[in-house]
Design a protein around this ligand. Sequence first.
Ligand SMILES: O=C(O)CCC(=O)C(=O)O
Ligand SMILES: [Fe+2]
Length: 313
Amino acid sequence: MASEALPYLDLRRGGSGVQEGSEEWRDLCLKVREAGETHGFFLLRCDEVPDDLREEMFKQIITLFDLPLQTKMKYKKPKLFRSYNRRSPITPFYEGFGVDDAPLNDEAESFTNLFWPEGNPKFSETLKSMSSKMLGLGLLVLKMFMSSYGVTNYASEAEKFISTSDFKLLKYVLPDDSSSETKVTMISHTDKGCISILYDNDVQGLQMLTRSGEWIDIKIPKGGFAIIVGDVLKAWSNGRLHAATHRVALTGDKLRYSFGLFPMVKDETEIKVPNELVDDSHPLRYKPFIYKDYLNHYIATRNPESLDVFAGI
Ligand SMILES: O=C(O)CCC(=O)C(=O)O
Ligand SMILES: [Fe+2]
C-alpha cells in the first residue's frame, strides 16, 4: 500500500466550522470512523492553524533545542515521558520534551521560564497558541469518532478525553557518517493515549505499519496534521478502532523536528466501553480499567500487546 492510499480528510471550512449534526457533519464522522477502523491513521487538512504559527513554532523549537545541554537537563518532571530526554545509548537519535497542559497560561509560562528566567513571551505564546489550537482539533476529531457510533453523550465523553494533554517537542539527528543509511530513530510503538496529532518540518521520517505488515512513509501535508488512534480510544471503541503502530526512520543528514499534541484522560479516569458499542455482533472485548493502571502495566512489561493482556476479556 502506498501512503497516498491513506484517507486524507479536508476539514477546511473557511473558518466557519462544519455544523454539528448537519448532513455534512454526519458524512465526515463516518469518514473519520472508517479511517480509524481501517487504518487507525489519517491525514487531515484544516484551517485552525495558520502557516505562520506553524513556522513560528519550528523557529521556537530550534531555539529551545539549541540551548546548552545543561540548561535542557533542568527540565525534570515526575510524570513518565515528560522530562527532557537527551540523546543517550538508549535513544541515540532523538531528544525531546513533554509539556503537560501547555494550552494553560501558567504551564506554558513555567516551562518557558525554566529556560529563559527573564521570560520569553514569544516562546510561551507560540507554545500556548499552537497547543490550544491542536487541542481544539483533537476535541473535534474525538467528537466525530464518538458521535459516529451513536453515543448519546458524545460531546461530554469527548471533553473527558481531552481533560489534559501532553505537548511533545522532538528533534531527530543522525550521525554524520550514516547519510545514505536509513536508521530507525524512534522505535515502533502504539501511542498509549486516545489520539495523537502530529506535524513535522517536512523532513521525511514518520512511518506507519499497515495491517498487511508493510512500513509506509507518511508525508504530513503542509497545513495539515497526521492523526493516530491510540490504545485508550481503541479500548473505548471496544476494539473497533485500530491503534496504528508507527515509528520514525530517517535517511540523510537533515535535522527533523516534530511536535505533537497528545490529548488524554486524567490518570484516575476509568476507561469503559459505552453500551452503544456492545451488541451481539460486537461482544465486550475490554473490561473497565483505570488509565494510570494501564500505563503502569505497559511500563512494567513494554509488551506491544499490553492493552489486550491488561484489559482484554
Ligand atoms: O516524531 C514523530 O513524527 C512521531 C512521534 C511519536 O510517534 C511519538 O512521540 O509518540
Ligand atoms: Fe507515537
